[in-house]
Design a protein. Structure first.
Length: 108
């Protein structure tokens, strides 16, 4: 899953490179935003799952405060909760299925 998240991030970066710093129109800007939204949404889910798996693989000793491994899970969850992915998936799906451009603000 981590490799898939990395590949999606590379794809999104390539899409942003194609769009450029000054998109030609609203559709191009939306396509760049949606590419980033896909990478962010998937990456957030992967980060939380991998951080949780760290405890499953490491056993009870991983929860020992001296290792502070729980910070990885907390960081992943904090970033995901500050930028909820549900709306990203909604806008990506609405664009792909209905050709509806996402809002042009920080919600995406």
């Amino acid at each position: 899953m981590v490799r898939a998240a990395e590949e999606l991030l590379c794809w999104a970066a390539g899409r942003l490179h194609e769009v450029g710093r000054s998109p030609g129109d609203a559709r191009q800007a939306a396509e760049g935003s949606l590419a980033v939204a896909q990478a962010k949404a998937f990456g957030s889910e992967v980060a939380a799952e991998v951080a949780g798996d760290l405890f499953a693989l490491s056993g009870a000793s991983a929860a020992d405060e001296r290792h502070d491994l729980s910070r990885h899970w907390r960081n992943a969850r904090t970033h995901a909760s500050h930028d909820p992915v549900d709306w990203k998936y909604h806008h990506v799906g609405n664009f792909l299925l209905n050709d509806v451009l996402p809002p042009n603000h920080g919600q995406l």
